[in-house]
Every structure is written in structure tokens, then in C-alpha cells.
Design a protein around this ligand. Sequence first.
Ligand code: WQD
Length: 359
Amino acid sequence: MAKRVLVSGGAGYIGSHVTVELIGAGYEVVVADNMSNCDMTCFEGVKKITGRDDIPFYQIDCCDYEAVTRLFDEQGIDAVIHFAAFKAVGESVAEPIMYYRNNLVSFLNILEAAKNHGGCNVLFSSSATVYGEAEDLPVTEQTPRLPATSPYGNTKQMCEDILRDVVLATAGFGGAGDSDAGVAAGGQGPVKGIALRYFNPIGAHPSALIGELPRGVPNNLVPFITQTAIGKRECLSIFGNDYPTEDGTCLRDYIDIVDLAKAHVAAVSRMIDGRMKEGYEIFNVGTGRPVSVHELVTAFEKVNGLKLNYKFAPRRPGDVVAIWADTSLANEELGWKAERSVEDTLASAWAWEKYLAGK
Ligand code: WQD
């Protein structure tokens, strides 16, 4: 029987792309989303791309433990991919209580339900933000994490640690279906965990039916570029051109959203098929190639044959100069590698913006 994966936050940007790839790989997917930061556009797109009108959808808040546990009771979950979280760095500085409550409580509920339903595999969506301004580049999974500079970043670090601790604490529990005395009372079982540390996810599905839908003025670079190109924004500000890099602008590792989604399928299969080397594992998910902000803007103009209205502006507080991934561990252990070129990814981001404009 096909294994069943719960995707919390599955109607959002990354969650919708992951749902598509999981279904393509033969998994059954259950989506949970409270729709606090998205509408049904992407979930409808997922149904069109996969030709599946019957994907179970729970409009629930993962901060509601009763709702989460009911979902587990009804669906019989083999693995969870947890995306349900707030993600705006600036907002988290202004609203720390809201961020800590939402991002921590929802994850704790998922872990508790996973543990209480005979054990489960849990994939946590972490971020390269945990590395901060790293001294040695590219960063490997062994690169020390630096103190978080925002509540958002702190919730990523804390959730990684919570997952590690829960894996450790439940390691002795027998799994679901185990008949020996190792099965803990109440159907509890071991939680196994993988944290994927994403670099900068960009782009959209090649169908242009799903993509990023930022609310209000985008914080992230690529949605700001596409909205400027379509005329929704007047001018893109490139934050800082006096950094100690070749062209003076920041360096990032932009990872295509479909490539990123495929890394999730590889990680979930590794957990479900029992190929993990340890109960808790961490993988960088990036391309391994640094690209500057100015290079990205120029590549966008070139591949899409247009001129972008942009100007150089002062540095944005909190930005690191440069960060990119050493991806050898994911390449070797997950058998996964980023494949799509940055040009194709930028073309897909533009196709998605045009699709939205025509809706
Ligand atoms: C990229 C580069 C900006 C907007 C953040 C989070 C991280 C992760 C991804 C999210 C920087 C420059 C941007 C603009 C610009 N997780 N820029 N003009 O800051 O690398 O990472 O998003 O959920 O945790 O911190 O991404 O896209 O905001 O910026 O010049 O209008 O583009 O200064 O150098 P960032 P970003």
C-alpha cells in the first residue's frame, strides 16, 4: 500500500511543490493548512498538475492539538513534512510572541501526535539562516550554528533541537506493530527526524500553475523582481553594492523550488525505507553555487528578454554578505542534486507572475 505523508502547510509555496513531487513519486499525500498566509490558488494548481481531485485536505491549525491528533487518527500517517509556520524575518522581530507561539506550538503538536501514534518520520523545514554570517564558505552541516538574529531564525534553531531531543527520547520505543514489550504504553513509538536546511528557494513549477504568492510588499528578492517587471512595483532596490564581493552585492545560493521539492521526496524515502544512518539527520539543500544579487537581476533580464527598473540602495540591516552550501552530504546520502539552471528557474518565476496577472 502506498505510504501516506502529511504535508502541514501544504497549500503554501514550498508545500504545494512538495505535494506535487510526492504524488509523482507514488506517495499518498494529506494536506493540512490553516490558510493563514495563502489562498486556494496553489492547492487548486496541485490538483490540476497531478490530476488528483481527491487529495485529503484539512483546514486546521497545527496549534490545535485535538485537530492534529484527529487527523492522525483518521489518516494513519507514515511521515510528516512540517512547513506550517510563519516565515517573515522582519515581522518576527516586531511580533516575537506570535512567532514563538505559532512556530513552536505547531511543531510540538506534530511531534506529540507522531509519537503517540506508534511513531512516525518527521521532516522539518529548516533554513540556512541557522548558519548566520559563517566564516568559512561554503557551509557544511558541521559548520557551527551562530546565535539567531531574529525570532524567526531562532524558531528554526529551536525546532531543530526539539526534533533531535524527541528522536533521542523516543529511540527506545518500539515501532507501530511491534509486538514485543518495547512498545510503550498508549501506542507510542519512535520519532525519526530529518532537518533540511534550505538556502534561497526561488522559481515556480514549469506548468506555472503553482508558485510563490507573497502577501503585500514582497520581502524576498525574486518576487520583488517579478512584481517590478510586471509593473506592480515601480523599482527594485538592490540592497548594498559596497559589500566585499566581486560586484559589491550579496552572494546567495538560489535553489530551484522543484529541485528543492525533490530533495524532500529523497529524504522522505530515506526515512520510510529505513535507510537513515542515525535517528536524526541534517542536510543542506542548495546548489553549491554562489550568485550575486546583481548577477541574478541581470540573468532575469537576459533570459526573459526585458529590462528591469532597478537602483542601488543602502544595505538592508541583518543581511549576511555571503552564504552558500556545500551540498556533498545531500548529493551522496540522498542521491539528490540540484539540476535546473538558474536561467530556467528565473523563466519559471516570470511565467508564474504572468499567469497570476492573467487570472
Ligand atoms: C536575497 C538577497 C537581499 C530584496 C531570507 C530568509 C531566509 C530564507 C529565505 C525564508 C539579499 C537582496 C532582497 C530586495 C534586494 N527563509 N534583496 N532587494 O535574506 O537571503 O533569506 O529568505 O523563509 O531565512 O532570511 O533572502 O530574498 O530576502 O534576499 O537587494 O528587494 O537579495 O539584500 O542579499 P535572504 P531575500
